[in-house]
Design a protein around this ligand. Structure first.
Ligand code: FUL
Length: 486
């Protein structure tokens, strides 16, 4: 008898294992990101480069009648751009292949208004080719900005210009290897040179380009590309050029209500919880006041404090940061900008060096079971996550540090492959033997970074207060920044 019960004790766990069904993952809550968009989210921080005719005319918007003779960088070095971007921790460079004045940085077959008629390399140069090679060498991705508005082209405003625009798009997206992002801005129509007509031309921004077909063409040339504009289709503008995403930032949008140049900037900032498509926000901002280089702004490079603030309000608010570097007349990222970038990198590296959540104990008020328990938020595996049971919209995760520690930064990530869910959450610290609220916020999304007050605590609790469906959290990190202004 004794032997029998012992045997049973031994066999029982195996029997249970054999009969217990694996816990299925939660059902996704749409809209969902595409694989391209998931890869895009992980890029987080990359460079914009505004370098073109305006660099030499000291303008922000050229009229279109500038002579190609003016374009003449003396020390152009895309490898310097790529080295700087890489050392700054950026993942890509997006270049203004053509801005509103219409000058092309590659020898386009469809116009004379390009580098081929400039003194740079005796008209033999191709800046896109050079950038593609430099990005490849430094392990960066390349993106291209092709302004829809063209103040140089004689046919701007007519159907002929759309053919021209699409031909140029094809050149850029088929001749230079992989392009990760196609960038379309919203400025469109107005005064221009227009082949010498020197007049005002306006277009219907919603219909003129037939954007659905134009973006479909981009995808046909580069299946892994994401296209950016005020309303996506894959990546949206954040609604301002100050480097600030809204605190509430849904990656979802009612896409049909937006078009390049037709956008409600407030809605672009927050996204729409009930959006029909996954269209996450990209935060574009320049490291100087202007997008283009102006010597007069050499001493107006943003301070470390300002750049850190931008980082927390972009990457820290579920947006990607596209930080613009106005390459100078030599064709180099200016020394002052390089210094600012490296200072930012150093500050971020110091702050995020030591994840205090590692080796702590994580528990939760609810979990859907095996494979979805609280410690999954600490395993540094982006494919695993803590999930509450279906229908449970309020639940917490608690981290027990085992001793009192100092902290002031919290990183949270949702498992967005199953949709963005969290609507509201609070953060509490265990101070003087009881929990005290230290922050309360709305959305999380791909990534949320909170600058918390300096706090001494032995435990931290993150409570999801409301969500579109049971929360799925893939990552929690805790830090103590000492060098940064808090
Ligand atoms: C805007 C343009 O008009 C600016 O010149 C700049 O390129 C900015 C990034 O996009 O729409």
């Amino acid at each position: 008898m004794k032997l029998k019960s012992l045997q049973l004790l031994f066999i029982l766990p195996f029997l249970c294992l054999a009969c217990s069904k694996p816990v299925p993952p939660p059902e996704p809550v749409g809209p969902l990101p595409s694989p391209q968009q998931l890869a895009w989210h992980e890029m987080e921080y990359y460079a914009f480069v505004h370098f073109n005719m305006n660099t030499f005319t000291d303008l922000e918007w050229g009229l279109g009648g500038e002579s190609p003779e003016i374009f003449n960088p003396t020390e152009l070095d895309t490898r310097q751009w790529a080295r700087v971007a890489k050392e700054a921790g950026m993942k890509a460079i997006i270049l203004t292949a053509k801005h509103h004045d219409g000058f092309c940085l590659w020898p386009s077959e469809y116009t004379e208004h390009s580098v081929k008629n400039s003194p740079w390399k005796n008209g033999e140069g191709d800046l896109i080719k050079e950038l593609a090679a430099a990005c490849k060498e430094y392990g960066l991705k390349m993106g291209l900005y092709l302004s829809p508005w063209d103040r140089n082209h004689a046919a701007y405003g007519s159907p002929e210009y759309i053919t021209y625009y699409r031909n140029q798009m094809r050149e850029l997206l088929t001749n230079y290897g992989e392009v990760f992002e196609f960038w379309v801005d919203g400025a469109n129509g107005g005064d221009g040179y227009y082949g010498g007509a020197n007049e005002t031309r306006n277009v219907d921004r919603t219909t003129y380009y037939d954007w659905d077909s134009t973006f479909a063409l981009a995808r046909s040339y580069q299946p892994r590309i994401v296209s950016f504009s005020d309303g996506g289709p894959e990546v949206r503008w954040v609604g301002n050029e100050r480097g600030i995403a809204s605190e509430t930032n849904w990656a979802t949008l009612k896409r049909a209500d937006f078009a390049p140049g037709v956008a409600d900037s407030k809605l672009l900032g927050s996204g729409q919880m009930d959006g029909t498509h996954w269209v996450p926000a990209e935060v574009d901002v320049s490291i100087r006041p202007g997008w283009y280089y102006h010597e007069s702004q050499d001493d107006k490079v943003k301070s470390l404090e300002h750049l850190l603030d931008i980082y927390y309000k972009s990457v820290g608010r579920n947006g990607n940061l596209l930080l613009n570097l106005p390459v100078d007349r030599r064709g180099l990222v200016h020394e002052n900008d390089v210094k600012a970038l490296m200072d930012l990198r150093k500050a971020l590296d110091e702050t995020f060096a030591d994840n205090l959540a590692l080796n702590t104990k994580a528990s939760s008020s609810n979990s859907r079971g095996s494979g979805f328990e609280a410690p999954k938020v600490l395993d540094q595996d982006k494919s695993t996550y803590w999930a509450a049971e279906d229908g449970v919209l309020e639940a917490f995760i608690e981290l027990d540090f085992g001793k009192e520690i100092d902290l002031n930064r919290l990183v949270l990530q949702e498992h967005i492959a199953l949709g963005q869910r969290v609507k509201e959450f609070k953060v509490e610290a265990f101070v003087n033997s009881h929990y005290q609220e230290i922050d309360r916020q709305t959305t999380i999304g791909y990534k949320r970074i909170l600058r918390l007050p300096n706090t001494k605590t032995s435990k931290l609790k993150v409570t999801i207060l409301d969500a579109k469906a049971s929360p799925t959290i893939s990552n929690v990190e805790v830090y103590h920044s000492v060098g940064e202004p808090n």
